[in-house]
Write a new protein. Structure first.
Length: 95
């Protein structure tokens, strides 16, 4: 079996997406949810993903996110975080 550059890249993206919610959002969720909209980098996305990941790991018990509309809050908190967390912890329940 020969490894191609694309195969190596895909494996790195998959591994990184399993470990970091932010990478999962950019490489897995965004192309499915918003296929015609280019992903735009922003510090607020990383901050929301880091805090959501802390909730999943148990470091934060309650999290309230207040940010202006159209800043990807619903996609991160309602779509990306639950699906990302179920890969490692399928017993988790989300409201």
């Amino acid at each position: 079996m020969r490894l191609t550059v694309e195969a190596i890249h895909d494996a790195i993206v998959k591994t990184n997406s399993e470990r970091r919610l932010r990478a999962y959002l950019e490489h897995i969720v965004w192309p499915v949810i918003e296929p015609r909209t280019p992903f735009k980098e922003g510090w607020h996305l990383t901050a929301m993903c880091d805090h959501a990941a802390a909730v999943v790991s148990g470091q934060i018990r309650n999290l309230l996110v207040t940010i202006a509309p159209r800043h990807t809050k619903s996609i991160i908190m309602s779509i990306a975080t639950p699906t990302w967390s179920w890969v490692e912890r399928p017993e988790l329940r989300w409201l």
